[in-house]
Design a protein around this ligand. Structure first.
Ligand code: 4GS
Length: 247
């Protein structure tokens, strides 16, 4: 699963430019028996299998040999829900060991004895932790200096400041009858920045009001929200006046 992941785009560049070093261990290779069994039936009965502790422990310890001070993360729906803040936190770790479970789950003694941190990429169930690990590697890598094409685009990202991105446009100027906003063609950098902030605020209000609720608003942002609020009040007011005049 990881071979394709390492081989494309920004992750590939990050590896080529030695911004990250990445490798995988297959838990199966740490099974002692001839059939390389890594799962077993759950104590207490029931359906589904559990990951055996011995091969998993051996694999984690082998990873630790490579990176003794690594932060060891288990990908599991039981974990804290991943977000940009956690991505930044993990980006500050020198080394990470990401443990991917299969089957119904891992033996609890692995979690309690060998794992530092449990992370979930969201409230849904995957067939394995590998995709979750890739999500984490992807978002953590792009936090590292020198991994993104542009002049550190990670700092301008949505979520870094609890705002969604402003609307984006590229050529052609008119696409299927819809034109690019004039202001973006004007060359007035300050007005363009103001437009982008207003666009970002509007999109966040419409699509993710929960983000705006918890955000630390700047003076400028409050001014914009107050302007909208006043506009809406004016509209409602004139509507009331009209209704009164009608009766
Ligand atoms: C997640 C998740 C996950 C749980 C792995 C059942 C196979 C599966 N991992 N975020 N066993 N959501 N893991 O669903 O990280």
């Amino acid at each position: 699963m990881f071979a394709l992941f390492w081989d494309h785009g920004i992750i590939r560049k990050a590896i080529e430019n030695e911004k990250i070093v990445a490798s995988t261990l297959n838990i199966r290779d740490f099974a002692e028996d001839r059939h390389q069994v890594t799962d077993d039936r759950p104590y207490g009965g029931g359906s589904g299998m559990v990951m055996k502790p011995e091969p998993l422990a051996a694999a984690i310890r082998a990873a630790e040999q490579e990176a003794p001070s690594a932060h060891k993360v288990l990908l599991t729906p039981q974990g804290r829900v991943f977000n940009q803040k956690i991505a930044q936190e993990l980006a500050s770790c020198e080394d990470l060991v990401l443990v991917c479970g299969r089957y119904e789950g891992v033996d609890e003694r692995i979690t309690s004895e060998l794992i530092d941190d449990e992370i979930s990429i969201g409230d849904y169930v995957l067939t394995g932790g590998e995709l979750a690990a890739m999500v984490i590697i992807d978002s953590v890598t792009r936090q590292l200096p020198g991994t993104l094409g542009g002049a550190d685009a990670a700092e301008k990202d949505s979520f870094a400041d609890d705002l969604l991105e402003h609307a984006h446009y590229t050529r052609p100027q008119v696409f299927e009858g819809e034109a690019v906003p004039d202001i973006l063609l004007s060359g007035h950098h300050e007005e363009i920045e103001n437009w982008r902030l207003e666009s970002a605020l509007m999109r966040t209000l419409m699509k993710r009001a929960d983000l705006l609720q918890k955000k630390d608003l700047s003076e400028k942002e409050i001014k914009i929200l107050e302007k909208w609020s006043q506009n809406i009040k004016d509209i409602i007011n004139s509507h009331h006046k009209k209704s009164k005049a009608d009766t």
